[in-house]
Design a protein around this ligand. Structure first.
Ligand SMILES: [Zn+2]
Length: 406
């Protein structure tokens, strides 16, 4: 479809071009590739143009109901709309900050008293984190339309705990604020105006901010960092926010942070190891250790040895949270994979075998070891334990989180 094609190809300066389009559209990628060949430097901006502006839809939805905001939201205390379902007595809440929620009668009842199962079991600070978490669950989906979140006492407990455990730090908040601003645009470099409380609350919720003062502070921080730019003169349309634009530096920051975030989220671990039978039992021990810590081991197998093997390996390393590298034999492929991972900023755990009568196993190693903390093992059994402990210490044990979503 023509409308799905990359929307804009802009020159940001003499050396930099930007391509905007849906990430899954192949044409966006090929257009970008062409531009890369022509220019020295580029920024590829992939946004799903159809997936934005949900806050405006929320506002429309609320307006279509034709009701006054007459209810104080149970979670964030913002003026919100509430409707009772006659059949099952559940409640529907449309909140400018939390979004569109459906609350079971049981949870509603629990929340009107000081019940352990309801919203009052959380502190005000925790409720703000919960509000943001719920809104982000609604915004960060591939669905173009609004979707509601159904909450009962059980799911509230799980989502609430998850929200509290994942409170973002300041630099992460700046990134997600800029990302939320990006989603308000319908084209690259469009002026962003915080025109009403719906847009304001959308930004507050997305970036885990408490109030307009925090939002103003973060916007000023983004400006000081050069990621957004205010016009020289403006007439303020809504409160104290001047309209602004994301700068090319701002788009660059988003791109860099997103790449980093993808590998931080990954549960895959690349194993760089020589493909010889004598290493099969070593690989088994590595695999056990990685799986015990909750991650998925990935290794180039013989069936991957086609013309595209290097592409396959590079793609897998890129997607990995970290790399485990068996360096005992000094295999060139393994060394390449270590170098490639380090170049991408992906951590490497090297492992090295010590033979029984060997005095210094490090003599076999070809590179400067000072930056590495190599695991030295003698047998698969001690390797498995040492590696699992190292992974747990560096990256943590992964527990799968159940998603609750309508
Ligand atoms: Zn709310």
């Amino acid at each position: 479809m023509a409308s799905d094609r990359p929307k804009i190809i802009a020159s940001l300066d003499d050396n930099t071009v930007a391509v905007v389009g849906d990430a899954i559209i192949a044409e966006t990628i090929s257009t970008a590739a062409k531009r890369i060949r022509e220019r020295k430097k580029f920024i590829l901006i992939l946004i799903s143009l159809g997936g934005k502006m949900k806050s405006l839809k929320l506002k429309e939805k609320w307006q279509s109901l034709g009701e006054e905001l007459n209810f104080s939201c149970l979670i964030c205390k913002t003026k919100a709309y509430i409707k009772e379902n006659n059949e099952d007595k559940s409640r529907e809440i449309i909140c400018p900050r939390c979004g569109w929620l459906k609350i079971t009668y049981h949870l509603w009842e629990a929340s009107t008293s000081k019940n352990e199962l309801g919203f009052k079991s959380f502190s005000d600070q925790e409720l703000l984190l919960l509000s943001s978490d719920l809104r982000r669950r609604q915004e960060n989906t591939n669905k173009k339309d609004l979707n509601t979140i159904k909450l009962d006492t059980q799911s509230l407990k799980i989502i609430g705990q998850n929200a509290i455990n994942n409170e973002p730090n300041f630099s992460h908040r700046l990134f997600i604020l800029l990302e939320a601003i990006e989603k308000l645009q319908s084209f690259l470099g469009e002026e962003v105006v915080i025109e009403d409380e719906w847009i304001e609350n959308y930004l507050l919720a997305m970036a885990y901010l408490k109030d307009d003062k925090e939002l103003e502070y973060c916007l000023n921080s983004l400006r000081e960092l050069g990621y957004i730019r205010y016009p020289n003169t403006w007439t303020s349309k809504y409160k104290h926010y001047p309209p602004f634009r994301i700068t090319s530096q701002g788009y660059g920051f988003l791109e860099k942070f997103r790449n980093k975030k993808d590998s931080l989220k990954s549960e895959d671990v690349f194993v760089a190891i020589e493909l010889k039978e004598e290493f099969d039992h070593i690989y088994s021990a590595i695999k056990q250790a990685i799986e015990k810590a909750g991650y998925n081991p990935r290794r180039a197998d013989k069936e991957h040895y086609t013309d595209y093997i290097m592409d396959w390996i590079k793609a897998k390393i890129k997607e990995s949270r970290f790399l485990v590298a068996e360096i005992t034999t000094g295999n060139l492929g393994v060394y390449f994979e270590i170098g490639y991972a380090l170049g991408l900023g992906i951590p490497v755990i090297p492992i090295l075998k010590k033979e029984k009568d060997e005095e210094n196993p490090f003599e076999k190693v070809h590179f400067d070891l000072k930056q590495f903390n190599i695991i030295v093992y003698e047998a698969p059994e001690d390797l498995e334990e040492k590696l699992c402990n190292r992974i747990a210490a560096l990256f943590g044990i992964l527990k799968k989180q159940k998603e609750i979503m309508d």
